[in-house]
Design a protein around this ligand. Structure first.
Ligand SMILES: [Zn+2]
Length: 158
C-alpha cells in the first residue's frame, strides 16, 4: 500500500513539474496523498473536518428542511465550491446514494487501491445530520482512488 501512495505522489509530481497535462486540482491532491502517506488516520480527520464544517456552517445557510430542496442546495454547493458535480441518484428513507462526477480530489488519478474522498463524504454526513437530526454515516463506495470513473457515496441514516 505504501508503495502505491509513493507512486501516486511521484506521478502527480511529474505531471506538476513537467506540465504534461494541465490539472487545476493537482496541488490539492499532492497535499492529500502526502499527508495520507505520512500519517495513518489522516482520512478520519478529513471526514470529521468535512462533517463539522457542513454541520456547523454550511447547513445553516440552507433555509429549507425539505429534503429535496436541501439536496438541491448541497448539489449546488459542490459545484460552486469547485468540488465536482454531485447528484442524488437514489433514496429510500434510511439511505441516500450520491454520485460525484469530475471530483477535484480523485478524477483521473492513478489508482491507489483505496477511496480518498473522505472530506467530501464528511460534508455529506454533516449536512444530512443537520437536516434530518439523526446520526448519519457516509461511506464512499466508488472512487478514482479505486480506479472508478466517478465517486459514489452511500449515506445511511441511523
Ligand atoms: Zn473519490
Amino acid at each position: 500500500m505504501e508503495d502505491s501512495w509513493k507512486k501516486a505522489i511521484d506521478e502527480e509530481l511529474d505531471v506538476f513539474l513537467k506540465g504534461k497535462r494541465s490539472c487545476p486540482h493537482i496541488s490539492k491532491r499532492l497535499l492529500v496523498y502526502s499527508l495520507e502517506w505520512l500519517s495513518v488516520g489522516y482520512f478520519s480527520a478529513l471526514y470529521m473536518a468535512g462533517k463539522k464544517f457542513a454541520k456547523n456552517s454550511l447547513a445553516g445557510k440552507c433555509v429549507s428542511d425539505n429534503m429535496s430542496e436541501a439536496n438541491a442546495f448541497l448539489e449546488d454547493f459542490f459545484v460552486k465550491a469547485g468540488i465536482g458535480e454531485l447528484k442524488l441518484v437514489g433514496e429510500s428513507g434510511v439511505r441516500y446514494v450520491y454520485r460525484l462526477e469530475n471530483c477535484s480530489g480523485c478524477a483521473g488519478m492513478c489508482p491507489v487501491g483505496k477511496q480518498i474522498c473522505y472530506f467530501e463524504a464528511g460534508i455529506i454526513a454533516g449536512f444530512l445530520e443537520a437536516k434530518i437530526k439523526k446520526r448519519v454515516v457516509v461511506r464512499e463506495t466508488l472512487c478514482g482512488g479505486l480506479g472508478d470513473d466517478c465517486c459514489e457515496f452511500v449515506a445511511r441514516v441511523n
